[in-house]
Design a protein around this ligand. Structure first.
Ligand SMILES: *Cc1c(COP(=O)(O)O)cnc(C)c1O
Length: 476
């Protein structure tokens, strides 16, 4: 799991030998125990710095969706706010005000009927935002069931099997039965008919993903909402939709303004996005918004004292850094609508061009082409079976590129893909360098008689595109 020590043959008690060039004490420090006494700050800095050199280069990391670059001005503001705690609304009223402004900006961006009525908050990321969205759905359903004198002990949540693992966690931690619609043939995400089929009176909501982590595709939110409208007409079941817009929530408003996926659809109760993905902030900030106060039951909201007044909060954490929220506000001010549109359009241009070039290489076939969120997945083409996507991933790693390879979930576990996430800062030039490296390794891979690597050899860096239950050991 996440608490992973890299234990070597010599056990985990092996001390860390400090380069004697410093000529400073101590020359040995324990690796897994608290050192006995203090040390010089420069020595401590150098030890930590040198260990971290072994981390991958963030800019060559094409696996993550999370921002790996920010403007120096944003970093300066973050530095200035590093000591501010988001929860201290009273002590840092202006940070609280900045958070409120961001919520209102997002409510407008997502077409809330009356943006002043929309409610929302910052979170540590989309995972926390998803927990809050899911909890609101569960609580609303429980209230309704109890009011009707019906049992409220078997809630379920309907979603595609392609949902990010945060939804699997939500279901597990908060005891909601997850109902996953499996993949089938060329259908790699949730579709209206399949969603409705799994709904019943115990369904607290349907999660629609705008930007699937598996292949970057948008789920058809409007069609899913329409199918649920129809279900309500036929059966009386009124099932709300939560949109997981972790990535797409900050892409679609700028690049696909006519796509109706947000609060324009009355059935959409809540939306989350990751400020640290296409919101362009460094990790960790996310946002959760509800269309109005009715969508967020008041008994989930806690009240803190704020300048003598009352400040409602809804969050899993208490203390949390304010720096990321401030950086989000900086980005909103700095870029404005047009700036975001240009950044996201550039990402889409790079993604679609890179996808097209990869398709032209021969051994690959595109699953998606980067024209929704700027993320695309590709597989080995029919008949290319002497090397695998896992071989390609390993070969690219030789030149520092982190391109994950993984298999799809039920019922397409036969399908293995590579995925590239194009983020701000991954330029046409870097894309060309990646292509050059890919062209360089292909002749060598082509000489193989059979794949050298399989899914078991893949690194665990698919970022949420992991296999769902039964829990696989490789999912961290
Ligand atoms: C990344 C992602 C998440 C999790 O978001 P974090 O901000 O990393 O917590 C949830 N859903 C989707 C669709 C994602 O892409």
């Amino acid at each position: 799991m996440t608490v992973r020590h890299s234990r070597d043959d010599q056990g985990d008690s092996r001390d860390l030998a400090i380069n004697p060039v410093f000529s400073r004490e101590p020359l040995q420090v324990p690796r897994y125990a608290l050192p006995r006494a203090e040390m010089d700050p420069d020595t401590a800095y150098q030890i930590v710095h040198d260990e971290l050199m072994l981390d991958g280069n963030a800019r060559q990391n094409l696996a993550t969706f999370v921002s790996t670059w920010a403007e120096p001005q944003a970093r300066r503001l973050m530095d200035q706010c590093a000591a501010k705690n988001m929860i201290d609304k009273d002590e840092y009223p202006q940070t609280a005000e900045v958070e409120t402004r961001c919520v209102h900006m997002l409510a407008r961006l997502w077409h809330a009927e009356d943006p002043r009525q929309a409610v929302g908050c910052s979170t540590t990321g989309s995972s926390e935002a998803a927990m809050l969205g899911g909890l609101a759905l569960k609580r609303r359903w429980q209230h309704r069931r109890r009011a009707e004198g019906k049992p409220a002990d078997r809630p379920n949540l309907v979603m595609g099997i392609n949902v990010q693992i945060c939804w699997e966690k939500f279901a597990d931690y908060f005891e909601v039965e997850p109902r996953y619609v499996p993949m089938e043939g060329d259908r790699y995400h949730l579709t209206p008919e399949q969603a409705v089929e799994l709904c019943d009176e115990n369904t607290i909501g349907v999660v629609a993903v705008l930007g699937s982590t598996f292949d970057g595709s948008y789920e058809p939110v409007a069609a899913i909402a329409a199918a649920l409208d129809d279900l309500q007409e036929r059966t009386g079941l009124d099932i709300p939709v939560h949109v997981d817009g972790a990535s797409g929530g900050m892409i679609a408003p700028f690049l696909d303004p006519d796509l109706e996926w947000d609060f324009r659809l009355p059935r959409v109760a809540s939306i989350n996005t990751s400020g640290h993905k296409y919101g362009l902030v460094m990790p960790g900030v996310g946002w959760a918004l509800w269309r109005d106060k009715k969508a967020l039951p008041d008994d989930l909201v806690f009240h803190v004292n704020y300048l003598g007044g009352d400040m409602p909060t809804f969050a899993l954490n208490f203390s949390r850094p304010g720096a990321q929220v401030v950086a989000q506000y900086y980005n909103f001010l700095r870029l404005g609508f047009e700036g975001y549109r240009r950044v996201q359009q550039t990402c889409r241009d790079v993604a679609t061009r890179l996808a097209a070039e990869i398709a032209r290489l021969g051994p690959f076939e595109l699953i998606t082409d980067g024209s929704e969120i700027p993320v695309f997945a590709f597989r080995m083409s029919e008949g290319t079976d002497h090397f695998s996507v896992f071989d390609v991933s390993a070969a690219l790693r030789e030149s520092g590129w982190l391109v994950p390879a993984y298999t799809f979930p039920k019922n397409r576990t036969d399908l293995a893909v590579l995925r590239i996430v194009v983020r701000n800062g991954f330029s046409h030039d870097l894309a060309d360098l990646l292509l050059a490296d890919l062209r360089r390794v292909l002749p060598r891979l082509d000489k193989q008689n059979e794949p050298h690597r399989t899914a078991d050899d893949a690194g665990g860096f698919a970022h949420g595109a992991e296999t769902k239950n039964p829990r696989s050991p490789g999912r961290d």
